[in-house]
Design a protein around this ligand. Structure first.
Ligand SMILES: [Zn+2]
Length: 187
């Protein structure tokens, strides 16, 4: 009886490991391909209903404590869907200092996309693959945005960790919501 149980347990562990290995191989291939890809230019605008003409270049503006703004603020009503601008892997999801509720995604070329001040999250968990246009959260004012209007703080970081200005990348871009409408209209 004990031996049968031990055998069952051994088989269970063996199958679990095989499953993990298979998942790891599939994930790594996809991930390695992603790391070789170029950053799309222009980038889609990650907030529904916001067009490029509504964006303001707030990169570098002075902030409290001698800091400078390392991203762009995209203003929109509370709970407006936020979509991943690119394919990628969820690297972080949770509370993160001044950013409040934050999602970070590693995308093409190993660039990191930082989405902050969220009201709520999408359904993904850390380690999940996301496709471009997938809802990863909702606009809010969590963290140090509590006293300002609801907005997405959107940051883009090179693989080295250096922040770059998202504004020029978003110029000429469209929100996924509008791309969807355009496609529907063209049918
Ligand atoms: Zn900001």
């Amino acid at each position: 009886m004990a031996r049968a149980r031990l055998l069952g347990l051994t088989l269970l562990i063996a199958f679990s490991l095989a499953g993990c290995r298979e998942a790891a191989v599939r994930y790594n291939t996809r991930y390695n391909t992603l790391l070789q890809e170029e950053l799309p230019r222009p980038l889609p605008i990650p907030v529904d209903g916001v067009t490029a003409s509504h964006l303001q270049n707030t990169w570098g503006s002075a902030r409290d404590g001698g800091r400078h703004h390392k991203g762009i603020d995209i203003f929109a009503p509370r709970n407006t869907p936020i979509r991943s601008a690119t394919a990628g892997i969820v690297e972080f999801k949770g509370m993160k200092g001044l950013g409040g509720q934050v999602v970070t995604i590693t995308g093409p070329g190993g660039y990191r996309f930082y989405y902050a001040h969220l009201e709520d999250f999408g359904l993904q968990e850390v380690g999940d693959w996301v496709e471009p246009g997938e809802v990863i959260g909702y606009v809010g004012n969590s963290g140090n945005a509590a006293i300002s209007s609801t907005h997405l703080h959107y940051g883009i970081y090179e693989p080295s960790g250096r922040a770059i200005n998202p504004y020029p990348l978003l110029r000429g871009g469209q929100p996924f919501s509008l791309v969807g409408e355009t496609q529907t209209a063209a049918k």
